[in-house]
Design a protein around this ligand. Sequence first.
Ligand code: KMT
Ligand code: NI
Length: 151
Amino acid sequence: MLAYYYEESDDDKTGPHRGQDCPVSELDKIGVLYMHGDEKMVDAIAAERHYVNRDIVTLNDTNTPNLDTLLDKFFVEHMHEDEEIRYILDGTGYFDVRSAQDVWIRVVVQKGDLLVLPAGLYHRFTVDGRRQLQALRLFQAEPNWIAHARE
Ligand code: KMT
Ligand code: NI
């Protein structure tokens, strides 16, 4: 896993925006959990945390109608009242999460990465310049998944 501070620039959101490296301790501080493994690991996490349902999000230029509209939506800073778990099946992308100091940390994800964003943590998501990612979304029995945009 790679995490670094997001540097503002004229690049669009899919550019790297690479700033200083961010130590894992900063992610620990805000409760972001990162793991890497196969689907057996995903099954274990799901069982442990009572996630009973899952679906797949596919983002690419051939199979995703209105990809840019969807990406714009995912890039609006928001949080959920429940934790958000994503497992990357294919491709690459960026999850931006708010640090304890309220600046953006960019977490680079790729195939086999699993990310747990705690309830209430402001975040946003985008693909990178390759514009290709497939992710598993895990759901609890009664998910509360409303995206609360930041005021
Ligand atoms: C979310 O709520 O932030 C998302 O689902 C991001 C897209 S999952 C690849
Ligand atoms: Ni979200």
